[in-house]
Design a binder for this molecule. Structure first.
Ligand SMILES: Nc1ncnc2c1ncn2[C@@H]1O[C@H](COP(=O)(O)OP(=O)(O)OP(=O)(O)O)[C@@H](O)[C@H]1O
Length: 341
């Protein structure tokens, strides 16, 4: 059944991306100055979840690295490395510049200094979920340094600029933007089909079944591939020679639940506390939520940071099993926040 499990994994960067020619061309043009040794403009990649922003950023940077030997790229997920120190550390670590740096005691300015004095090959820095960075000074610094070219990935521009000061906002408002729309069903089918050809035995899944998965995924390739992976694994474990319709039907909620669990695993301790409070209530007002969070936490974040977390959590309701109370709570909390803003 499964001939190459790697190609079904979420983090897999395919050799060819499907249906994103215009976006690939745009990004390649943005990065073109690097082929002559010049820095590229800072670029924002914007769009909802699962539309290929991360995949295309990595793919284009990889293509460039194959074309120009003397170029580096570093990828950091700011959702997991939300503090300035952690993101800086990850970039320097990738560049082999963290010798002698102690996570507890090295001052942040020392890390910034290492970034400024970096004299290796030009480097493309991909900051995924860049809106989650708590402090945005790092963006300003990277934007100013000619050794680095930044690709900033976020769902919405508004969140990316949320706690940026005027200096940074004025720098970034003029930068390049690549916008991504949701896929339609036929596009999702061909994204899955390319993986099926490389990762599953022939005739393991029918096109109609891929269409059913695509409809359930509602434009999100991450969800579509996750359902496909769950179905293939299920068929494999049941010694089926092909994926049955029943397996497809069962895999849709299962993949959503699995995805949700993984998302919860990636929450930071503060985000986790918020998540737990929301879980404990059928509905909760933003002020009650913030109060309870302050009570449960020794070093609470500001109200604004908390709102930022919540708007991020709101995304999970898209992939959450339909109609659970948690789902509704997320929606009501973040909608209320939206109304306040
Ligand atoms: N055009 C494409 N061709 C092939 N695979 C794709 C394409 N778009 C997305 N994928 C695959 O779909 C999955 C989700 O894509 P990706 O992580 O790039 O989405 P995203 O827009 O960055 O979403 P998120 O905001 O949730 O991180 C990945 O496994 C990726 O490889």
């Amino acid at each position: 059944m499964i001939t190459d499990a790697r190609v079904l994994r979420t983090g897999f960067v395919p050799r060819e991306v499907e249906h994103r020619d215009a976006e690939v061309t745009h990004l390649t043009e943005v990065l073109a100055p690097l082929t002559d040794g010049d820095p590229a403009d800072t670029t924002l990649l914007l769009g909802p979840s699962g539309v290929g922003k991360t995949c295309l950023a990595k793919y284009t940077a990889e293509q460039l690295r194959q074309e120009v030997l003397d170029v580096e790229y570093q990828y950091v997920n700011c959702w997991q490395n939300f503090s300035e120190f952690r993101t800086l550390y990850r970039i320097l670590e990738g560049l082999g510049k963290t010798i002698d740096i102690h996570r507890q005691s090295t001052p942040r300015d020392e890390l910034f200094e290492r970034l400024r004095t970096y004299d290796g090959p030009p480097c493309v820095v991909i900051l995924d979920e860049a809106d989650q960075l708590e402090q945005k000074r790092l963006l300003y610094t990277l934007h100013e340094l000619p050794q680095f070219s930044m690709l900033l990935i976020a769902n919405r521009e508004r969140e990316l600029f949320a706690n940026a000061d005027e200096r940074l906002t004025s720098r970034l408002t003029g930068c390049e933007r690549v916008r991504f729309d949701r896929y339609d069903s036929a596009e999702l089918v061909s994204i899955m089909d390319a993986r099926v050809k490389r990762g599953l035995e022939e005739n393991a899944v029918e096109r109609d079944q891929l269409a059913t998965i695509a409809d359930a995924a509602a434009g999100d390739a991450r969800v579509a591939l996750s359902v496909l992976r769950t179905a293939a694994r299920q068929a494999h474990q049941s010694y089926e020679s092909r994926i049955t319709d029943e397996i497809v039907e069962a895999s849709i909620p299962e993949a959503r639940a699995e995805r949700h669990e993984k998302d919860v695993d990636t929450l930071t301790p503060h985000q986790h506390t918020l998540y737990e409070i929301i879980e404990d209530h059928d509905a909760i007002s933003p002020s009650e939520l913030y109060e309870e969070y302050r009570e449960r936490t020794d070093d609470p974040k500001t109200d604004r940071t908390v709102r930022n977390y919540l708007s991020k959590m709101d995304q999970y309701d898209v992939i959450e099993a339909e109609g659970t109370s948690r789902d509704r709570t997320y929606r009501s909390v973040s909608e209320t926040f939206d109304r306040i803003e």
